[in-house]
Design a protein around this ligand. Sequence first.
Ligand code: P6P
Length: 317
Amino acid sequence: MSLSLADWLAAQSVDPALISGLASMAASCAEIAVVLRNAPLAGQTGLAGHTNVQGEAQKALDVISNDIVLNHLRANPQISILISEEMHEAVHFENQGRFIVATDPLDGSSNLDVNVTVGTIFSILDAKGGILQPGSAQLAAGYAAYGPATSLVLTLGKGVGVFTLDEAGTFRLTTDTVSVPEASSEFAINTARERFWDEATRGYVAENIAGETGAAGKRYNMRWVGSMVADIHRILMRGGIFLYPLDSETLAKGGRLRLLYEANPMAMLIEAAGGRSTTGRQRILDLMPSAIHQRVPVILGSADEVKRVEDWYSRAG
Ligand code: P6P
């Protein structure tokens, strides 16, 4: 039987307090997985405002997922603060725990009604650094992907471990030799937003579409699930590039995706597996956050492809 998450972490000589924080997030994800598996039978949709088969007012599954994370972390003396996409303010727990957790408890929840993979994304920081720290300060990052299997993917900075939830509710090691291929011919972007794109994004995508007939010199394929965890998991496991760049519509907000609990944890995972992450002009993990729900442009994945995008941005000035 493959190694359990607890045994794998123990073998990494990780600070037991940090293991405890990761164990609380893993337990939260295992519980969320059960809720999602049964949601359609409970008449539960991804969205709030509905009533279920018993006519009870429904909590949105992302609120339920947030409550699950909140309960597990509140009970862990090692966690002092929770930052969540579902809560306007950071929650300060009574205890003076050593760690801060930032999370998107159910990313991509609009896909739940069509049974597409969604996920929980999380980042763990040292509480001594306060709630606004650059992604390079993260102690650990990970996500759960609720798909055909429930995967837990995490990094402590070097290397990435992938665990699969078994029938008994234990995450068991599937691989810890994840490596993002430097080269790839698969890109992920919402091409319906083309009319908002800047010159660099337009130029890069046009080269990919031109394939072997253009400057890229090879044929590309496109994938866009519309669920970040699903797209990033594919890229971690077989390479590719994910782009949610700044565009004329998201410019005023600074981007679409959130820095603390989407961009930073995913960038840490991708870089720990040998990939690269950027806003187009800056390494994501170097950004100094100004607010807990700050949005940023996100371009990450296979290093050769991310470098091509950076070249487009440096040429665009
Ligand atoms: P669009 C889901 O709502 C999400 O936050 C990410 O999971 C996903 O990558 C992105 O938005 C999809 O955005 O504009 O294609 O709907």
